[in-house]
Design a protein. Structure first.
Length: 193
């Protein structure tokens, strides 16, 4: 397991934080032994410290983020959330009988993926016309997967929707959580184009 610590706007307390966090992060392998890499990002903003923990498994990325006035306390709140997610993924793997989630079966795996963030975020700098204003753009690599795998990835990330490439049709689709319960799937219709 490869562990990376990243600090943003934090000038002191890094060694103390790593001494506290390192053994606890290594302990995550007791919950789920197939962790490939962990990235812990600590960002300081005014009086708040945000700890973002991203765990890479073969076939999935899990994420837990917490905020507090102290990075160690924020980490201690994020760690149980990550443990619950790992327990959930382990139970699903055992119930389905899969060795992995298969979402990265056709792609490249390994801790080197954590060296660069999974999502590239760029702030929009141009002034948009009044009304609709795009304030953030995200770009990410799409790996072929089934709608069910996309829904599972959406749940693991804690999002309300997930854009994916269908492995069978090779078209982009969107799975989303319905307010009435269950999931929805949006598929493009390209007739007449």
């Amino acid at each position: 397991m490869h562990i990376t610590f990243v600090y943003r706007n934090m000038d002191e307390g890094q060694q103390k934080f790593e001494e506290h966090a390192q053994p606890r992060v290594e302990g995550l392998t007791r919950v789920y032994e197939r962790i490939e890499g962990v990235r812990v990002t600590v960002a300081a903003q005014r009086n708040w410290r945000t700890v973002d923990m991203t765990v890479q498994l073969h076939g999935a990325l899990l994420r837990a983020e917490e905020r507090g006035d102290d990075p160690i306390r924020a980490f201690d709140k994020a760690l149980p959330r990550m443990e619950r997610q790992l327990t959930k993924i382990k139970e699903r793997r055992n119930s389905f009988g899969h060795e992995s989630l298969r979402t990265l079966a056709t792609g490249k795996g390994g801790p080197e993926l954590l060296e660069e963030p999974a999502l590239l975020v760029e702030e929009a700098e141009e002034e948009e016309p009044e009304g609709i204003r795009i304030v953030r753009t995200k770009a990410f690599e799409m790996k072929p997967m089934t709608p069910e795998e996309a829904a599972l990835q959406m749940e693991l990330l804690g999002h309300d929707f997930f854009v994916f490439m269908d492995g069978e049709t090779e078209q982009v689709g969107v799975v989303y959580r319905r307010k009435a319960g269950g999931y929805g799937l949006i598929e493009p219709e390209t007739r007449g184009l």
